[in-house]
Structure formats: C-alpha cells, structure tokens
Design a protein around this ligand. Sequence first.
Ligand code: ASC
Length: 167
Amino acid sequence: MFTSAVTGSVGARRRRLSTKSSLLGLACGLMIAVASPAQAQFRDPQAAIKYRSAAMVMLGAHFGRLAPVAKKEVPFDQEKVQADVEVVKMLADLPWRAYAPGYEGGEARGDIWTDRKGFEKVTMEFKAAVRQLDEATQAGDLDAFRVAFGKVGQSCKACHDDFRVKK
Ligand code: ASC
C-alpha cells in the first residue's frame, strides 16, 4: 500500500514532466517551423522539385481537359467543367511553397529566387485568372469561361517564358 502510494506519486510526477517536455518539444518545433519554413516543408530540394513538378503535371492535365470546351469543340457541360476547375483551383495554391529559398533546381530558372517580386506577381495573376475561371463556370457563362480560360493560359505561358528553363 505504502509502496503503491509512492509509486503512484512518482508516476504522476513523471507524467507531469513528460507533458512539460512534450509541450517544450512542440514549442521548439513551432519555433523551428517559423524560423525556417523551407526546411519544415520538404525533406530536401529534390523533394520540393518533385512536389512542384507533380502539381504542374496535374494542373496541365486538368486545365488541358478544358481546352476543347474553350475551343467549342465539345459542349459546355457545366458539371463536368466544374469538376476539373475544382481540381485546378486546389492545385493553383500548391506549387509556390515548393519554390522557397533553398529549393533551386529542376526546370526552375534562378530568376525565381533573384526576382521574387516578379515571380510572386505572375503567381498572383495566375491565381486571379483561376478565380475568374471558377466564377464563370459557376455562373454557367461560356463566354466568360472562354475569356478566363485564355487568361489562365496566358499566365501559365508568361511564367514559363520568364521563369522556366527553355526547352
Ligand atoms: C497547359 C499547359 C501549359 C499551359 C500553357 C498555356 O495546358 O500544360 O503549360 O496550358 O501551354 O500557354
């Protein structure tokens, strides 16, 4: 009985200590995440390059499926179009964090890291065009969809022209 009371109290103290040390660990982790967001997001540059390439492949696939609609080769099926636009919308936010400092390489030109403002400008323009594409699709407005589709395509091209290695 005496022994178990002692053990119990040591156990409780151990639990308190371990809670304290996990909180401390969490705080340190958060501090490291804030201090070096790049390192916290990806294991190494190769992982970041792979991630952003994958996002671009998916973007190309789902945006590409909208091309025949924009060219009026197939009818504007709002539900089908919206499904692809949803994927494009989600992907439109993803690649950019994989271009953080330290992740140079792949098909990315060094200009991304030396002309940060210019790179951010084109990514913002792309995201704005994607929002417009979404609004047009939700409204079921084919003319507006075609205009927005053109703007998204132009912003893809503008960024590839200035920031992607020439192929
Ligand atoms: C696409 C795709 C791109 C862009 C670009 C638009 O579907 O894969 O890279 O559109 O060609 O100009």
